[in-house]
Design a protein. Sequence first.
Length: 218
Amino acid sequence: MPLVEVGPGQGILTRDLYDTYQKFKAVEFDRDMIAILEADIPSKSLIQADFLRLDIRELFGDKQYCLAGNFPYNISTQIIFKLIENRERIPVMVGMFQKEVAERICATPQGKKIGIISILAQAHYKAEKIFDISPLAFDPPPRVDSSIIVLTRRENFEIDCDYKTFKKIVKMAYGQRRKKLRNTLKSVLEDLENPILQKRPEELSVQDFIDITKLIKK
């Protein structure tokens, strides 16, 4: 399967990835970094672009591919949302994130770190944190810890409810995460006596949100 590396920078991993994968492309925004990468990687495998604005059909058309990268911390959550939008093409993502963001992506119910990104990502992918990386592993060292996570697309990755409504419900619920759902969702639900609505959003699983979405009449 092809692989796309996002944000290779000076190419610390890029040459190994290029040698390992028969079909490989690297997307780098910085033109100066592209010039450095061209010393080791054929230019046909390099794309100078903002990944968030890139039409991913420019990469491998409609073929599926894996996504990897040391994702810039300031846009890492946006990377996840782009992954979700293109889930039919990307079965696996391996990436380094700021530890706090990684823990939110992989968070489970009953914890303080679970939120919108946790539910939306895990609706389609199994999320697993592999290990943490100390700032001392970098030169210069950043001010935050980092983590490597893997997102593996679920076998049945499309949820069994209206997707736009599902996203709306998740965002409404976490918009007032300290309140019970019967209060935050009263404008869209008629039956507020359902036991699940007596809970707060951090207590709910992906399936719970799917079940709530199905209660909404179109």
